[in-house]
Write a protein that binds this ligand. Structure first.
Ligand SMILES: *Cc1c(COP(=O)(O)O)cnc(C)c1O
Length: 231
């Protein structure tokens, strides 16, 4: 087995164990293999080993990889999206994890409708990470959902967050739990047409805790592809 294949198998085993601890079906958790900075050859190796969903954090980098590799897996956008790249993002991605403003919602809706599509999205909530300033403030979530859920070009499927990096993954648990509570509150708001099945949370360092708190998508880079070059 390739090195990536071995790492992938270990990650899958850990996902399954965490799911069982939480009394959940491992098949209800989607592994998004985050391939930012990973060259196309190694991505191919990962797909050959069984990766079905790839996550990228930059539109331009993803575009080049999709042109080089094609649609050998699903491509998700996990990084911040600027409104001026909304059109390209609608064309490229199977799921956008980072809807974080009404302006972006309207922009995505416009381009999706022009292409006769609905673009699946998660709404990103800001949980105070140092890594990113992106994401919506908690208080703005339900108002955004009320306005964005009816847009015909959008299909909002849940929430995403990038919580702060904390040395002990157990310390991240309250953030994961909070995202789940926000999801439940959004469902309880009874917004017509809104589906809130997904919680995209958990990375290499803390995905097991995220699964115990209800993650349906975990975004894992380093644990599969190895360390990235420092920027
Ligand atoms: C890079 C990245 C990940 C993966 O991080 P790892 O720690 O390498 O698993 C997940 N989500 C987002 C948004 C990222 O930018």
């Amino acid at each position: 087995m390739s090195e990536i294949g071995e790492r992938l198998a270990q990650v899958r085993a850990r996902i399954a164990a965490a799911a069982r601890r939480a009394g959940r079906d491992p098949a209800s958790i989607t592994l998004v293999a985050v391939s930012k900075t990973v060259p196309p050859d190694r991505i191919k190796e990962g797909v050959a080993a069984g990766i079905a969903v790839l996550g990228e954090n930059r539109v331009q980098e993803a575009r080049e990889k999709i042109e080089a590799l094609g649609r050998l897996a699903q491509w998700h956008l996990v990084g911040h999206l600027q409104t001026n790249k909304a059109k390209l993002a609608v064309q490229l991605f199977d799921l956008i994890h980072s809807l974080d403003s009404l302006k972006l919602a309207h922009e995505l809706d416009k381009h999706a409708r022009a292409l006769g599509k609905r673009v699946p999205c998660l709404v990103e909530v800001n949980q105070g990470s140092e890594l990113t300033k992106s994401g919506l403030a908690e208080a703005d979530l339900v108002p955004l959902l009320r306005e964005a859920a009816p847009l015909p070009g959008l299909e909002i499927l849940g929430l995403m967050s990038i919580p702060p990096f904390l040395e002990n993954p157990q310390d991240v648990r309250p953030h994961f739990r909070r995202l789940r509570e926000l999801r439940d509150a959004a469902v309880a708001a009874g917004i017509p047409g809104l589906r809130m099945d997904h919680l995209s949370m958990g990375m290499s360092h803390d995905f097991e805790v995220a699964i115990e708190e209800g993650a349906t998508m975990v975004r894992i880079g380093t644990a599969i592809f190895g360390p990235r070059p420092q920027p």
